[in-house]
Write a protein that binds this ligand. Structure first.
Ligand code: 15L
Length: 278
């Protein structure tokens, strides 16, 4: 990628660095981006020698402004990462996300990779194969906040020219945790490949990719990412025996098992399943 040399050494901020995805991807990112600055409300445990850390609360514009001073790009993982009360989601994912995008605009940040989630489209039926341009069908307040983040990303891309990449991440980890995750799993290495495309590909304006490895049982058409060079190496099928063994420990979920978002769909569900989901 031609642009690589220009900004590979510049300041790249990783929010949510102490969270699950931040912890799994930090060491891989550190090898690619010497200017990486980690951020979270509190420092990650076991900060490695050479890792740089700046504390910031994403709901505090003053702290986020200091964090983004001189930054070229941001990988925005920070926020509440599962369903929560409206107040939790409002603070961490709605106000926090807006604070981040607005501070980025003011600081002259050129690229943002936003950790969206499969839960922005969680009410699609599992028998559907969906592209990235489908209407959002969130399965939770959390999913709504991710759809909001995608919309905010589109606004800052179109109005202010920030190159924004939204990743509808499935489930990140060394192996898929159950049968549902065979369709949505992504290895940390493949996720970092998607980060890299968002940070470096010269053609990015506003993009949505699915954060998934090369999964045979996938519900998602990720051809946009592939067109921009994504070549996932993880294959969920290699771990099917493990996922099925784990699944046997979980009881059936008559609502969640129909929809891509799983238990996020069945939680608080009061509808008739026939009326839910496209
Ligand atoms: C997510 O968006 C969550 O952050 C993660 O904790 C998992 O629940 C994942 O989705 C999933 O759908 O498995």
């Amino acid at each position: 990628m031609a642009e690589r040399d220009d900004h590979v050494n510049r300041k790249i901020v990783l929010t949510g660095a102490a969270g699950g995805i931040g912890t799994m991807t930090r060491p891989l990112l550190a090898r690619l981006y010497p200017g990486l600055v980690l951020s979270d409300r509190v420092a990650p445990e076991a900060l490695q020698p050479g890792e740089r850390f700046t504390a910031a609360d994403l709901t505090r514009p003053d702290e986020v402004a200091v964090l983004l001073e001189g930054a070229h790009s941001v990988i925005h993982l920070g926020g509440h990462s599962v369903e929560g009360t409206w107040e939790q989601i409002l603070q961490a994912n709605i106000i926090g996300c807006h604070t981040l995008f607005e501070a980025a605009r003011q600081a002259g940040v050129q690229r943002i990779v936003f950790a969206s989630s499969n839960h922005a489209v969680g009410f699609y039926l599992r028998r559907r194969k969906i592209r990235t341009d489908v209407t959002v069908r969130p399965d939770s307040r959390y999913g709504v906040s991710k759809a909001f983040g995608e919309a905010l990303g589109a606004l800052y891309a179109d109005k202010h020219g920030i190159a924004v990449t939204c990743l509808r991440i499935g489930n990140v980890g060394p192996v898929p945790l159950d049968v549902r995750r065979l369709s949505i799993w992504i290895s940390p290495e493949d996720l970092v490949q998607l980060f890299q495309i968002g940070l470096e590909h010269p053609d990015i304006r506003f993009e949505i990719f699915y954060g998934a490895s090369d999964n045979e049982a996938s519900w998602w058409d990720n051809s946009v990412a592939r067109k921009l060079g994504y070549r996932p190496t993880g294959k969920a099928e290699d771990h099917r025996a493990h996922a099925e063994a784990e699944q046997r420990k979980i009881g059936p979920d008559p609502v969640g098992d129909l929809f891509q978002g799983g238990a996020f769909c069945s939680a608080e569900f009061t509808n008739d399943v026939k009326r839910a989901g496209p």
